[in-house]
Design a protein around this ligand. Sequence first.
Ligand code: ZN
Length: 239
Amino acid sequence: MVRFVYAPDLTTDRRNIIRQALIHWEANTNVRFYNATGEPTVDPTYGFAYPYIEFVNSTVNSSHVGRIGGRQVINLAFFQPTSAAIHEIGHAIGLRHEQSRYDRDNSININLANVVDSLEHNFNKYTSNYYAVGSIDYNSVMMYDSDAFAINPAIPVMTKKLDGSTWTGGDILSDSDRRWANSIYRPYVARSDTYAELAPVVYKSDNTVMTASERLAYQAYLNNGNSTPPNCCRLPNDF
Ligand SMILES: [Zn+2]
């Protein structure tokens, strides 16, 4: 469950885009978000700071990669496509750029001579602490377009080693984006008690959906053998 809040001054256009992006993530993956706007940021009983995302107005789009503890912001510029919000949320839940994969050099050429020096970090390669599924995915919502950050947009920054061709990165979650998230997250229902209730649709790591009996068995496994949630304690959770 990923806790988030909307900044108090977040514009309506941004909020609508973020809402669409959250719904897209939930419909296609096991990732679940909890709207904690207006709620305490510190646990009232134990005093620890909740980890949460705050969506804020900005002139750029950016996010930390993964959970950092306490408040972390997702910046969203004015008038962005929903794909931009899907992408930044992807960072917050742990995804790096697809072109940063440890094995990307097997598949793509990167022409850093055509990238502004201060932006070259966008093409860093991460060889540790990086979980990737399958092979490089040109349709990933985390994949840049071939001409991203190009000084001369007529010359691609990235090309496929296979045939020199170019691509446009994905606008929605790809199959491998979904496999990545479905391998890591469980679709919990927001509750005030400690019962780990699963949403009706639980994806397996290959993006197929658990059968009803598989889901119940999994829910029992998560709750010391008890497959039945207490008939209480569900929290309202609207985006
Ligand atoms: Zn990014």
